[in-house]
Design a protein around this ligand. Structure first.
Ligand code: ARG
Length: 272
């Protein structure tokens, strides 16, 4: 090989490498032909709700993420999960810009008028988190206290059921994180949220000086995957969730995040 030929070959190889690198970046799934490429569904969430969804090294992580990934895999879809925030998630579902909302969303009759929901995937109940020293033993004790909630959540509705709608003792925060910050800073004396999130906050903030209490007057709630009304994906995800309930994968994911076995009986009954 002559020197000049070598030089030309090297130049061609270098430009080919550049070209390949440029193409590689835009390719979604390498190695699969277009016909086997899975449809990518856009998912919104509010990722300050550990252990269900929270940011970990720039990625949305949590029980909901693992469960949704497993369900999507089972149903034959890819998912693109974005930390949109709560209000934008709901708006995105209504406009159809999002295919899925996965955010510890409680299935309520009112929401069912606007969204479709999957079969239930998690049982929850309202819990009060308060600063040590605040006199709260039951839900009624919220009366006369400064209360924080995440805006537009069942925690807000539960607080309102005790102290009344539009009571200005209730401060509404855009994210669960801001709600807990308000408790920490003393802006509110108690927050009303979901049990697993309350317990996770208490556990991971041992120096925060908080206590938790629930009350029989708070009813059981179930989380569902939310879809725009009339979504073509709901049935696929219902089927996938039921498969994960049967084949043990749901239990595996549950144990990873909650260190105990799920109550499959109750869940399956709720999913019927
Ligand atoms: N389960 C409650 C609801 O549906 C709270 C959900 C809040 N989720 C979140 N990712 N911040 O209203």
């Amino acid at each position: 090989m002559t020197y000049s030929f070598k030089k030309a070959a090297a130049a061609i190889m270098a430009s080919t490498a550049l070209l390949l690198a440029a193409c590689g970046g835009g390719e979604e799934e390498k190695g699969s032909s277009p016909s086997e490429e899975k449809k990518v569904l856009n998912v919104g969430t509010e990722a300050t709700f550990a252990p269900f969804e929270f940011m970990d090294k720039g990625e949305v992580s949590g029980f909901d993420v693992d469960l949704l990934n497993a369900a999507a895999e089972e149903a034959g879809y890819d998912v693109n999960i974005q930390n949109t925030g709560w209000d934008s998630m709901l708006a995105g579902l209504q406009s159809g810009q999002l295919d899925i909302g996965m955010s510890g969303i409680t299935i309520t009759d009112e929401r069912k008028e606007t969204y479709d929901f999957s079969v239930p995937y998690f049982e929850s109940v309202t819990m009060i988190v308060y600063k040590e020293g605040t006199d709260i033993k039951a839900a009624e004790d919220l009366k006369g206290k400064k209360i924080g909630v995440q805006n537009g959540t069942t925690g807000q509705f539960a607080a309102e059921s005790i102290v009344g709608v539009n009571n200005n003792a209730i401060s509404k925060y855009e994210t669960a994180a801001l709600m807990f910050q308000a408790l920490q800073s003393g802006d509110v004396e108690a927050v009303v949220t979901d049990i697993a999130v309350a317990l996770e906050y208490e556990k991971s903030n041992p120096n925060a000086g908080v206590k938790t209490v629930t009350d029989d007057q708070f009813a059981a709630e179930y989380y569902g995957i939310a879809f725009p009304k009339g979504s073509e994906y709901k049935d696929d995800f219902d089927k996938a969730l039921n498969t994960l309930y049967e084949n043990g994968k749901y239990a595996e994911i549950y144990e990873k995040w909650f260190d105990e076995a799920p109550d499959m009986e109750t869940l399956k009954k709720a999913a019927q």
